[in-house]
Design a protein around this ligand. Sequence first.
Ligand code: ACO
Length: 436
Amino acid sequence: MENDTLTITDNRTNKTYTIPIANGAVRALDLRQIKTGPDDFGLMTYDPAFMNTASCHSAITYLDGDAGILRYRGYPIEQLAEHCTFLEVAFLLLNGELPTQEELEKWNQAVMQRTMIHENVKKFMDGFHHDAHPMGILISTVAALSTFYPDARILSNPLCNRKQIVRLIGKMPTLAACAYRHRLGLPYVYPDPSLSYTKNYMNMLWRRTEPTYVANEVLARALEVLFILHADHEQNCSTSTMRAVGSSNADPFVTTAAAIAALSGPLHGGANEEVLRMLDEIGAIENIPNYIAEVKAGHRKLMGFGHRVYKNYDPRARIIKRVAEEVFEVTGRNPKIDIALELEKIALNDDYFIKRKLYPNVDFYSGIIYQAMGFTPDQFTVLFGIPRTVGWLAQWQELLQDPERKIARPRQIYVGQEVRDFVPITRRAQVEMAAV
Ligand code: ACO
């Protein structure tokens, strides 16, 4: 459109600039021409936490936070959760289209054939403390995979990159299951490529002495749906980490390890674990009003509520609520669901939450389901990381193909000391707060 431009007048110089607008955005570098004189570096934008900065073009996930819409490659999340398997959605995210029957069979086989881990990885596992947090184990062992697959460093060959992607998707549940069993002191179970992705994971987690572990169909499907819902979510904290680290041409194993680290924080994927702790702390429905009062007084956060992008009901939370009922039919009702439902009801009618557009996010209900299925809270973020690996890798692949790709390197606004002369140690003043 001819008028897709922005005209800016710099009141410092009275100069006017016209810069193009494309896809609802101006290029930050176009502002660099706005200067007060030849020594001026040029205008920058200041955007801590990237509240209003797009860092890439992406064709993978569409998210409208105001309308509560989430689509993978154009398909509504509700339809994918209803009709697809997790690996089918993984194929879609990575390739842009849903697979044909033949493509799906080949893809399933390719991933399931890559579920084995090198025997030496088990030795790393054994080195961890019995109570090591599984996210710490996952970060370390995924990074360690880099040393087993030196070909992963060659990023110029798309086929080689694809091999690493399949390896990572295949091995993630195996590593996660080993981390789980290490904690319990149970022997590791080898993957069974004849099973589906989720049933194989359940087999590696829960098989004891029986010759064949038979996963409950409802629970396996619930896990499949939860994996689909968590597979991608555009440029969130961990995905941005994936892109930032990937932009330095680091190999996909160490890059994925960095993304897992970002996911582990309680403000991101670690929130599902925190929700369970919060519900335990609340303990009973009659304690909710006091808890809400503490949240409103700013003493704590309502974990599983709020989102940087969703200012409406998270569509994933809506699907998860339905899955919860199906799971409880099998496992019996997790009493925490009643506290959660009441908490949601009270919060959604309270001015504090209405004014700030705080709604339940994906983490609010997922932990309750996982607990009912037999997972301990420290496993919840791992259950987020396994499927999100697909999204990270789809985004990483897109990054590698992006003609505008450059190493990620934000600017800063320096607010420190001006230049000053060195002070010898005998003449220095003591620095308060510098205790080591
Ligand atoms: N409980 C209480 N108040 C909240 C919450 C919450 N969960 N979330 C935000 N607020 C309040 C803030 O205090 C702030 O209030 P103010 O305007 O009076 O200062 C206002 O709402 C805006 O919040 P911000 O922190 O500016 O929102 P931001 O977009 O930076 O944060 C975040 C988003 C991190 C998700 C935040 O809502 C939060 O901490 N939620 C709890 C943790 C959580 O559930 N994380 C999972 C996110 S989804 C995911 O990663 C899978």
